[in-house]
Design a protein around this ligand. Structure first.
Ligand code: NAD
Length: 651
C-alpha cells in the first residue's frame, strides 16, 4: 500500500461536489470503493475514503495517485504484449498529464467534470490490464471501471468504453451527482473518458474555423477581421483555445476568466497575450488595439458579465460575441455568478447549493440582458455549444425568439459548423505520433498538406473554401506552436481527405519514414454526436432528439477495425442532453491497418452525412450523392422534398 498523500495545493482541484448521498448511500459508496482492495487493508482505507467523501464529495483514492511523472511516453517505452494496448496507455497518460488535465489529481481532463477515471484504483488497474493483454483480448470499461479482459480476436477493438450510459429516466444533473458519488458511473465528456484529448490544440482549429466564418458573416464588403473585436469567456480546457484561434483568425480577442489559476496558466503557456484585472485599463487597451488594428488576445481576470456591461457603458463595439463558460455543468463549478468571488462561489455551491443556483440564474439573466444590449447595436452573437442559451432560457433570461420555442441567437452549429462543415463531412480528424518525436509530426504535417493540395485540384466549388482554410491551417500549424502534451495534430478533413491522409501515413510508417501513428477525432463531429442544441442543432426534421446516429456510429466503427471505441452520455452540453462516441486507431504500417482505416473512416464520416441528408440538409444531399459516385457499394436512401404549397391549408 503506498503512503498517504498530502493534499497538494499547487495544482488546480475540482470543486467540492454536492453532498447528495444519504447516510446509507454513503456507506454504499464506501463499500463500492473498498471493492478494489484486499479485505485486510479495509480497516485502514475505510476512514480515509470516508474523509475524502466528506471533504470533497467523492472518493478519489488520492493515496494511489502514482509518484511518477504523468505524460505520454514514446510507445516503445510502455510494457506489454500488444502494440495497440500500448498506444492506449500513451493516450490515457496524455489525458492525465498535468500540463493538460484541468484537475489532474481528481482525474478530470476538461469541462469541470470530464473524467478519465473516477479514482486512482481504476487508473492503476486499467494500466495493468493494458500492460498484460494480448491482441486476442478486449478490455471492457464501464464508466472508468475496468470490468476486465475478455477473449476476443485480433480484428476486434482492444478496448470498448462506455461512459455515463444510464436508463434514460435517470439522466438528470442530480443523477450524475448521486451515481458518480456512489462510484458507479462518470461523466466522460467527449475526449476525456475516451482517451482522445490532445490539449487545447484539439479545439483551436474548430474555433479558428468558427471565428473565421463568423467574421465572414459580419463582413460587409469582404473585409477581413483586422481591428474587429471577438468578446467571449473561459480560459479552461477548451475555452482556452479561443484567444489563440482569435490570433490565427486575425482579430482582437477579449476573454473573461474568473479562475486566476486558469488565466495565468494560459498566459504562461502563451495561449493568451496579455492579462488585465482592471476594467478601465482593459477598455483603454482595447480601444488602442482597435485603433491600431492589432492582432492581440487579452484576458480579463474576472467575471465576463462585468465586461459585457462595461463595454456597453463605454460604447465599445463588439463585432463577434460568444460564451464558453461550462454551462453544461451550471450548478457545480461550470458557471461562476457575477458579484461573488471565485472562492465564495466554490464555498456556496458546496454548502448552500440552492442559494448558489439562484445566484447562477440571476447572473445568467444579467448576462443575457447585457448581451442583448450589444446585439441591438449590431453584434453577431452565437451560442458556442456550452448550453448558454439553454440555461439562460431556463433561468428566465431574455433569449427566446418570438415563436417562444427557438432561441433569439443561433448556435454556431446552426449557422456555421453544420452547413459549412459537418454536412459536407468536414470534421476534427486528428492524429498523434506515438514515438513522441517532433520530426514525425513535421513529416505527417507535410504529408497531410500534400494530400489536401492534391485533392483540392479536383474539389467541387462547394468545398473549395473549406479546402483552402484547412490547407492554410496545416501549413501554419507548426509555426503556431500548438503542441501541449503528445505530438498531436488536428486537421478538419472530409471522408476522402481523412482516408487518403491516413493511408499515406500508413505507407510512411511501412517505409520507415515515421513511427506508428494513432488516429482519432473529437466526438464533436459529423456522425459521432447526437445533441439537439449543438452538433445536431441544424437537423430540422424532428430527429435531433434521437440518438440512433451516435450509437450506430460507435457500433459500426467497432466492427470495421477501430482499436478502441467509446460511447458517452453527456459531453459538452450536459448529462442527459447528448449521446456521443468516438474511436482510436493505431496505424502500424501493416496491410491490415490499411484495410481497416479505409473501411472504418468511410463509415465513420458517411454514416452522419447520410443521416443529415435524410434530414433534407442540402449540403449533405450533395455530399452523399458525390460519395455514392465515388463508392459504388454505397447505397443510401435519399429524401424526396415535399413542396410546402401542397401542405398549405391541409391542417
Ligand atoms: N464549441 C465547441 O466546439 C466546444 C467544444 C468544447 C467544449 N465546448 C463547451 O464549452 C464549455 C467550456 O469548455 P471548457 O473545456 O473550456 O470548460 P472549462 O470548465 O475548462 O472552462 C470554462 C471556464 O469558464 C470559467 N468561467 C465560468 N464562469 C465564468 C464567468 N461567469 N466569467 C468568466 N469565466 C467563467 C471557468 O472558471 C472555467 O475556467 C463547455 O460547456 C464545453 O462543453 C464547446
Amino acid at each position: 500500500m503506498p503512503a498517504r498523500k498530502e493534499y497538494d495545493t499547487t495544482v488546480s482541484h475540482a470543486p467540492k461536489r454536492k453532498d447528495i448521498l444519504s447516510t446509507s448511500e454513503k456507506k454504499l459508496a464506501l463499500k463500492n470503493a473498498l471493492r478494489y482492495f484486499p479485505t485486510d487493508q479495509h480497516a485502514e482505507l475505510a476512514p480515509e475514503f470516508a474523509n475524502e467523501l466528506k471533504e470533497y464529495g467523492r472518493i478519489y483514492m488520492y493515496r494511489y495517485r502514482p509518484d511518477y511523472k504523468m505524460y505520454a511516453r514514446p510507445i516503445q517505452d510502455y510494457p506489454g504484449k500488444s502494440e495497440q494496448a500500448k498506444a492506449i496507455m500513451l493516450m490515457i497518460q496524455n489525458n492525465l498529464d498535468y500540463a493538460i488535465a484541468q484537475h489532474p489529481h481528481e482525474l478530470i481532463t476538461y469541462g469541470g467534470n470530464g473524467g478519465v477515471f473516477s479514482n486512482w484504483a481504476q487508473y492503476r488497474l486499467t494500466m495493468k490490464y493494458l500492460a498484460e493483454m494480448t491482441d486476442e483480448q478486449t478490455l471492457v470499461m464501464y464508466s472508468g471501471h475496468p470490468h476486465g479482459l475478455f477473449p476476443s480476436h485480433a480484428e476486434a477493438p482492444r478496448v470498448v468504453v462506455t461512459n455515463g450510459m444510464m436508463i434514460p429516466n435517470y439522466s438528470s444533473q442530480d443523477d450524475w451527482e448521486k451515481f458518480n458519488a456512489l462510484g458507479v458511473t462518470q461523466y466522460g465528456q467527449m475526449t476525456a473518458g475516451s482517451y482522445m484529448y490532445i490539449g487545447p490544440q484539439g479545439i483551436v482549429h474548430g474555433t479558428t474555423i468558427t471565428v473565421l466564418n463568423g467574421g465572414r458573416k459580419v463582413s460587409k464588403n469582404g473585409e477581413g477581421l483586422a481591428g474587429k473585436i471577438f468578446l467571449t469567456s473561459g480560459l479552461g480546457g477548451m475555452s482556452g483555445a479561443q484567444p489563440k484561434a482569435g490570433n490565427i483568425a486575425g482579430c482582437i480577442t477579449i476573454c473573461g476568466e474568473v479562475n486566476s489559476k486558469a488565466t495565468y496558466k494560459r498566459h504562461e503557456q502563451g495561449w493568451v497575450d496579455e492579462v488585465f484585472n482592471d476594467l478601465n485599463e482593459l477598455c483603454d487597451r482595447v480601444r488602442k488595439a482597435q485603433e491600431r488594428k492589432e492582432v492581440v488576445s487579452i484576458a480579463y481576470d474576472g467575471n465576463i458579465v462585468e465586461v459585457w456591461e462595461k463595454f456597453d457603458e463605454e460604447n465599445i463595439y463588439v463585432d463577434l460575441g460568444s460564451d464558453q463558460t461550462s454551462l453544461h455543468n451550471p450548478w457545480a463549478g461550470g458557471y461562476y455568478p457575477v458579484g461573488l468571488t471565485y472562492e465564495a462561489s466554490n464555498e456556496m455551491m458546496a454548502n448552500q447549493p440552492e442559494q448558489f443556483k439562484e445566484k447562477v440564474q440571476e447572473s445568467l439573466r444579467r448576462h443575457a440582458s447585457a448581451v442583448n444590449k450589444h446585439t441591438a447595436k449590431g453584434t453577431y452573437f452565437f451560442d458556442y455549444g456550452n448550453a448558454f442559451l439553454l440555461e439562460a432560457s431556463r433561468a428566465g433570461g431574455d433569449v427566446m425568439a418570438s415563436d417562444g420555442i427557438t432561441f433569439k441567437y443561433p448556435s454556431y452549429v446552426q449557422d456555421i459548423m453544420g452547413p459549412m462543415c459537418f454536412d459536407f463531412g468536414f470534421g476534427p480528424f486528428r492524429w498523434v505520433c506515438a514515438t513522441g518525436k517532433a520530426e514525425d509530426l513535421e513529416t505527417t504535417d507535410r504529408i497531410a498538406c500534400e494530400i489536401l493540395e492534391k485533392i483540392r485540384t479536383n474539389s467541387p466549388v462547394e468545398i473549395q473554401q473549406q479546402m483552402a482554410d484547412n490547407i492554410q491551417w496545416i501549413q501554419g500549424a507548426k509555426a503556431n506552436n500548438l503542441v501541449v502534451g503528445s505530438q498531436a495534430r488536428i486537421l478538419y478533413a472530409d471522408a476522402e481527405g481523412r482516408a487518403k491522409i491516413a493511408a499515406a501515413f500508413n505507407d510512411a510508417i511501412a517505409n520507415g519514414e515515421i513511427g506508428p501513428v494513432v488516429l482519432g477525432r473529437d466526438h464533436h463531429d459529423v456522425s459521432g454526436t447526437d445533441s439537439p442544441y449543438r452538433e445536431t442543432s441544424n437537423i430540422y426534421d424532428g430527429s435531433q432528439f434521437t440518438a440512433d446516429m451516435a450509437v450506430q456510429n460507435f457500433v459500426g466503427d467497432s466492427f470495421r477495425g477501430a482499436t478502441w471505441i467509446s460511447l458517452h452520455n453527456g459531453g459538452g452540453v450536459g448529462w442527459g442532453e447528448v449521446i456521443n462516441g468516438g474511436f482510436g486507431m493505431l496505424l502500424d504500417g501493416s496491410p491490415e491497418a490499411d484495410r481497416r482505416l479505409k473501411m472504418m473512416l468511410h463509415w465513420d464520416v458517411n454514416n452522419g452525412i447520410a443521416r443529415r441528408s435524410w434530414a433534407r440538409n442540402e449540403e449533405a444531399i450533395f455530399a452523399i450523392k458525390r460519395e455514392m459516385e465515388r463508392t459504388p457499394t454505397l447505397k443510401v436512401t435519399l429524401p424526396n422534398i415535399a413542396d410546402d404549397e401542397i401542405l398549405n391549408g391541409l391542417l
